[in-house]
Structure formats: structure tokens, C-alpha cells
Design a protein around this ligand. Structure first.
Ligand SMILES: Cc1cc2nc3c(=O)[nH]c(=O)nc-3n(C[C@H](O)[C@H](O)[C@H](O)COP(=O)(O)OP(=O)(O)OC[C@H]3O[C@@H](n4cnc5c(N)ncnc54)[C@H](O)[C@@H]3O)c2cc1C
Length: 399
């Protein structure tokens, strides 16, 4: 897309978010999320009619066909509201699952799962992490998929499968090749429809006092002799982690730009409140040096974060996710840290009001604390960056 056309598209999206989505936020705060779904459905239809549906997907499957670098600023605009990505059908984990399906699904799998997901007719989840094993070392897992009479029989225990509640299918990581020489060659990705007997959603896990529902949930799931056809395998057997790795680069760009959108919104709220709130007649909160420092530091950190994400997106586009490993890990921990700092400062400036469910700040503070944990905790990414840097100095650090 030409840069002029991209600017026009961004302006249209910004105006849509402002006029159509921000007014819905009142219904989002402190009310069951399901009550908001009919209104969101209407907005989804409007997005389709405007030709803005699924900006990250190729045109052949109904998307806008934006490149990663073009999608990044769109993700930021949508991130300004908690319903933005969902209304445009680019929310996690569907966006990541769509990428896997585009790359690895067979024609029948595309017909059954990719196309309905791209249309927004169904939702999906991704089940890899297990409560009994460290998600930061995902190759160590227990869930198995054993071949039997043309089927895989899956047994295991997963948790934190985001958006499983109401999903039509899960992409499940399970061990199919226990004897493979290398641990990362033991698991495969298998499509499991959630209505398959033996797929049991135990509960939506309460997170920070909120249980969550629908696509804003994280489920614990048990697989008990859950049988699916062997044709539900994605790609080749034993390639589960290779497939997952490929999905992580673009996925982290999506997350980071969404977080920058949240930062910009929190920053605006902080500045507006500091300007408006009077500590005494004629003494706005904004007159205090501490608040000025928070504003200046936040501005610098958000700008830096955006530039780093764009640099990573460009490197992925140019050289692929593997070559951009260092840039991807840098943004994952750096932007998650900026997000937490900016939200914390914005809450502090609002005082007690910042803690209430009257504002989005408390929602984001709860919901987005996880940013420093999912898709790899900070420490894992910092260790990878240090390992890659130190390699240039002749130091080999074992993983
Ligand atoms: C909101 C949310 C959504 C999620 N969604 C999904 C999903 O959809 N599907 C899915 O499969 N999983 C999902 N997860 C799980 C997520 O991927 C894992 O939580 C993550 O990989 C960390 O694994 P863990 O929680 O088992 O922590 P552990 O691996 O047990 O690690 C605990 C802590 O140890 C420290 N640590 C770990 N490794 C190192 C290291 N190398 N060096 C130093 N310190 C280290 C870190 O501080 C880490 O937080 C989600 C998690 C959250 C919180």
C-alpha cells in the first residue's frame, strides 16, 4: 500500500475507534462481557463494510493484506481500546492461529477452520502450557497424542488456553514422537474441535480477581482419551515447536504495538487529569515536578518503544523471524516494562480514581500484568539477548 493510502487508512481507523468503539467502553467496565457482544457484532459488520476487516490477513482470505510494518501502526490504533482488535478480527490468539493455518493447514483444514476463522464466524485457542511443567521451557510437557486406528488419542492437562471459552477448536501441542533425539522434535500441533468427547473445559481461571469470559478468558482444559482423526495434524509430526517458533515473531509485534496503543491512551489520561485536577485553588497537579518527570519519562519511553518495534518488524520482513531473534526479544521485555510503568504512573496521577473500575486504567493494570509473563517471561528474553550479544565476545552460554 502506498504511504499516502496507508495514512488515509490509519485516519479512517482512528476515527472509527474514536466514534464507534470508545463509546462502548462504558458497557465493558464492570459488566459481564457477553452483554456487550451483540453491539460488538454490529461493529464487526460495519468494519467489514468499510473494507477494514482483518488488516493483517491476505486479501485472498478476506483481509486487507497489510505487511507487518503496515499493520503495526494499525495495531497501535486498535490497542487504544480493549475491544479494538476483536472488532477488526486481529485479536490473539486467533491472529496467531490464522498464521499457522495459512502456512500449514491442508485444503480440508483450510475449508473447515481457516476460512470460518478468517470470516470471524468462529473463534479458536492455543493449548500448550501445562500447570505441572514450566511454560518457559515448553518442550518439557506431558500431554501425549498416540496413534490408534486412524486417530490420535490425546491425554493431558493444559491451562491458560486464552479464549478457549466459546472457541470452536483448539490447536493443541502434544507429544507424538517421544523417542525423537532432540526434545523440540517430540511434539506436534493438532487441531481439536472443542466439542470432541474427552475435551473438558474445567474452568475459566480467575486472574487478578476476575474470572473472564468468552474471548477474555483463560481456561484450564483436561484431555481424557480425546480422539481426533490423524488428518487433524498440522504440518509434519514432530514439527510442533518449529511451527510455534515461526508464529512468535509477528505475534510479538502485534502484542507490542497493542501495548503501545494502551500506553498512548493511559498517557493521554494522565496528562488530562494532571492538567485538570487542582491540588489547591490555582495549583494544578501538572505543576508538580514529579508529575512533569513522569510525563517526560513516559513520552520518551513510548517513543523509544515504538521505534524499536518498527525496527524489529522491518528486520522480520527483510530477513525472517530467526534472524530477528534479538530484536524480537528486546521489544518483548522492553515494551512490556514500558507498559507497566506508564500504567502505574497514570494510576498514581489519578489517585483513588485510578484504582476504580470506572476507568480503563485498573482493567489494563490487571489484565496486562501478564505481558511480562506470556509469550516468554522477561527473564527468558533477557537471557537470550545476553547470550546473543556475548557470543560476539567469544562467550558461549548454554541454554
Ligand atoms: C494471561 C496469560 C495468557 C496466556 N495464554 C496462553 C495461551 O493461550 N496458550 C498457552 O499455551 N499458554 C498461555 N499462557 C501461558 C504462558 O505462555 C506461560 O505462563 C509462560 O510461558 C510462563 O510459563 P509458566 O507460567 O509455567 O512459568 P514458569 O516457566 O514456571 O516460570 C516462572 C518464573 O520463573 C522465571 N524464569 C523462567 N525461566 C527463567 C530463566 N530462564 N531465567 C530466569 N528466570 C526464569 C520467570 O520469572 C517466570 O515468570 C498464558 C499466560 C498468561 C499469564
Amino acid at each position: 500500500m502506498s504511504s499516502e493510502k496507508m495514512q488515509t487508512t490509519l485516519k479512517t481507523i482512528r476515527e472509527f475507534v474514536h466514534a464507534d468503539l470508545l463509546p462502548l467502553e462504558g458497557g465493558f467496565l464492570g459488566r459481564p462481557f457477553r452483554e456487550l457482544l451483540p453491539a460488538l457484532k454490529q461493529k464487526r459488520d460495519k468494519v467489514k463494510a468499510l473494507g477494514l476487516w482483518a488488516p493483517q490477513l491476505p486479501k485472498e482470505i478476506g483481509g486487507m493484506g497489510l505487511s507487518l510494518s503496515e499493520f503495526a501502526p494499525v495495531s497501535e490504533e486498535l490497542g487504544r481500546t480493549p475491544v479494538g482488535h476483536y472488532v477488526f478480527n486481529c485479536q490473539a490468539p486467533d491472529a496467531g492461529n490464522l498464521e499457522i493455518l495459512m502456512e500449514y493447514a491442508s485444503e480440508p483444514q483450510k475449508e473447515n477452520w481457516l476460512r470460518p476463522l478468517a470470516r470471524g464466524d468462529i473463534r479458536s485457542c492455543f493449548a500448550m502450557t501445562e500447570p505441572e511443567f514450566p511454560g518457559s521451557n515448553p518442550v518439557w510437557m506431558k500431554t501425549t497424542a498416540v496413534k490408534q486406528g486412524g486417530e490420535y488419542v490425546i491425554n493431558g492437562h493444559k491451562w491458560f488456553a486464552s479464549a478457549a471459552d466459546g472457541s470452536a477448536f483448539a490447536i493443541v501441542m502434544a507429544i507424538t514422537n517421544p523417542d525423537a533425539a532432540k526434545p523440540h522434535q517430540r511434539a506436534s500441533q493438532i487441531i481439536v474441535p472443542t466439542d470432541t468427547p474427552g475435551f473438558r473445559l474445567v474452568r475459566n481461571i480467575p486472574v487478578m480477581g476476575h474470572e473472564g469470559e468468552d474471548y477474555l478468558s483463560h481456561a484450564e482444559i483436561v484431555f481424557e482419551n480425546c480422539r481426533v482423526p490423524q488428518t487433524n495434524l498440522l504440518g509434519e509430526e514432530g514439527k510442533g515447536f518449529a511451527i510455534a517458533q515461526q508464529r512468535l515473531g509477528p505475534g510479538r509485534i502485534h502484542h507490542c504495538m497493542r501495548w503501545i496503543g494502551i500506553c498512548e491512551r493511559a498517557f493521554e489520561m494522565m496528562c488530562k487529569h494532571a492538567a485538570r485536577r487542582q491540588l489547591a485553588p490555582g495549583q494544578p497537579l501538572a505543576g508538580r515536578q514529579t508529575v512533569q518527570e513522569w510525563i517526560a519519562e513516559s513520552r520518551a519511553e513510548i517513543n523509544a518503544a515504538r521505534l524499536m518495534v518498527m525496527q524489529a518488524a522491518e528486520k522480520i520482513a527483510r530477513e525472517g523471524s530467526r534472524a530477528a531473534r534479538q530484536e524480537i526479544s528486546l521489544i518483548k521485555f522492553f515494551v512490556a516494562g514500558v507498559l507497566q510503568e506508564v500504567l502505574d504512573r497514570a494510576i498514581q496521577v489519578h489517585g483513588a480514581l485510578g484504582l476504580t473500575d470506572d476507568l480503563l486504567l485498573s482493567h489494563w493494570y490487571r489484565q496486562e500484568r501478564a505481558a511480562r509473563i506470556y509469550d516468554g517471561p522477561d527473564e527468558v528474553h533477557k537471557a537470550l539477548v545476553a547470550r546473543l550479544v556475548l557470543k560476539e565476545y567469544g562467550v558461549e552460554i548454554a541454554t
